[in-house]
Design a protein around this ligand. Structure first.
Ligand SMILES: Cc1cc2nc3c(=O)[nH]c(=O)nc-3n(C[C@H](O)[C@H](O)[C@H](O)COP(=O)(O)OP(=O)(O)OC[C@H]3O[C@@H](n4cnc5c(N)ncnc54)[C@H](O)[C@@H]3O)c2cc1C
Length: 405
């Protein structure tokens, strides 16, 4: 049903995850009128990352020392298991990194957004952009699965995560080239004593390593001890090399869950953690970490931020931090031009934003990580590929892991 009550904001933000809420807070603090459209009945309806470093931006957005107040400090240890758990390498990096509960984390963003007057429209699913005179002037959205409404803004910020609703409209190949499936699972009563096993554990599984699914993509099982016997576990499928690998078939979600079920039951070392455990949450979702998008501004008027830009740590951690940094960076720069009363979306301005971003230390860090992890994955998952070969070269792989830590 179409309705006629269109609204106007300075910034229209799609998605109330960490990127969208940061973007909203930064813009509203500068006096701009901000509307965030969120498809869920609450901000960030589904849990995603639940661990991050204590960076300055986290204090700035959520309040000084809020993160340590809700988090459990990581000890900085990482244990890397070779295929079939035949060899183990431990690396250590001491840095202030905390684990927390997603809902507590997101609710704090919402509290801070409300304080500065950001309007969050829940149950508002954005469907498509609205173009006027060669630039994107707003979005169409469906409210409470019934009414179709429109909102207009001087800048449209797509923070809709891996589903990238606006980026997709402008041809970003999320499914084919950017998104990697990941199983997110939270367990309690795990077979673990966090005092004895406080490290993060990663299990490398090469292509051809699983008897029950020999053409499954290379993947990494992970275990993040949270507190007591509560643990986040999961499986990251590593898709960056897959287009070049003839031995891999792209799995359906049912196949992923079948493989996941077998890993929990019988994968050496990994299965130990599940004995007697209770599954509290378990789902296949996506992490856009095969590569970044090529254009952060896919059309004048729109910028892609956070997961919708593939702006994450390609290994799978730090997406929270990077999405917050990216949101702050772009909103500050666009806001500056808006305040100067300029045409914010001329081709020269878009070039300026891109150049500034490409010279920004955080962008360089993410790009460097994509290069580093890309080269690492090429070597182990494409060139070596099988459990036998990866195990034979484990000394060399260990040296690379130690170098990168
Ligand atoms: C299993 C898993 C584990 C992870 N672990 C970590 C970790 O330990 N540390 C870390 O830093 N990062 C981690 N990450 C990555 C991190 O969660 C993401 O990088 C981060 O959430 C990105 O924030 P975002 O706001 O860009 O996207 P999201 O958090 O995905 O938020 C997007 C929002 O947009 C909404 N939305 C989607 N489509 C529409 C639409 N059409 N209309 C309106 N709203 C819409 C969604 O409902 C959601 O609220 C993990 C991710 C996963 C999946």
């Amino acid at each position: 049903m179409a309705s006629n009550n269109s609204r106007n904001f300075d910034f229209v933000i799609v998605g109330a995850g960490p990127a969208g809420l940061t973007a909203g807070i930064v813009a509203a603090r500068q006096g701009f009128k901000v509307g965030i459209l969120e498809k869920g009945g609450q901000a960030g309806p589904k849990p995603r990352g639940e661990g991050m470093g204590h960076y300055d931006i986290v204090d700035d957005i959520l309040g000084k020392d809020y993160l340590p107040s809700i988090g459990i400090k990581s000890n900085g240890g990482r244990v890397w298991h070779s295929p079939r758990n035949q060899q183990i390498t431990t690396t250590f990096r001491e840095y202030p990194h905390y684990f927390f509960e997603w809902r507590t984390f997101i609710d704090r963003f919402v509290e801070r957004a409300n304080e500065v007057g950001v309007e969050i429209l829940l149950e508002s699913e954005v469907i498509e952009p609205i173009e006027k005179n060669g630039f994107c002037a707003g979005v169409k959205y469906q409210e409470k699965s019934i009414n179709i409404n429109e909102v207009y803004g001087k800048a449209i910020i797509d923070c809709s995560g891996y589903s990238g609703v606006i980026g997709r409209h402008y041809g970003v190949p999320y499914d084919e080239e950017i998104n990697c499936p990941i199983v997110k699972c939270l367990i309690s009563e795990a077979n673990i004593d966090i005092k004895e096993t406080p490290d993060l554990n990663f299990f490398f599984i090469g292509n051809g390593d699983l008897d029950h699914s020999p053409d499954f993509p290379p993947c990494v099982g992970y275990i993040f001890p949270l507190e007591g016997k509560r643990v986040e576990v999961g499986l990251m499928l590593r898709m960056a090399q897959v287009p070049q690998m003839r031995t891999v078939k792209i799995p359906t979600n049912d196949e992923i869950m079948m493989v996941w079920g077998n890993l929990k039951k019988s994968y050496p070392g990994f299965n130990e953690f599940f004995k007697g455990a209770r599954i509290d949450y378990e789902e296949v979702t996506y992490l856009p970490n095969a590569r970044m998008v090529k254009n952060f501004v896919p059309y004048p008027g729109v910028v892609l931020i956070g997961d919708s830009a593939g702006f994450v740590n390609p290994f799978g951690s730090s997406g929270l931090y990077y999405s917050m940094e990216m949101a702050q960076f772009w909103v500050k720069n666009i806001a500056k031009k808006m305040k100067e009363g300029e045409n914010v979306w001329s081709s020269e301005k878009i070039e300026d934003y891109n150049t500034l971003f490409e010279n920004y230390a955080v962008y360089k860090e993410v790009k460097g990580l994509y290069n580093l992890i890309g080269a690492f994955e090429y070597k182990i998952f494409n060139r070596l590929r099988t459990a036998e070969k990866i195990n034979r070269k484990w000394d060399y792989i260990s040296a690379l892991l130690k170098q990168a830590s």
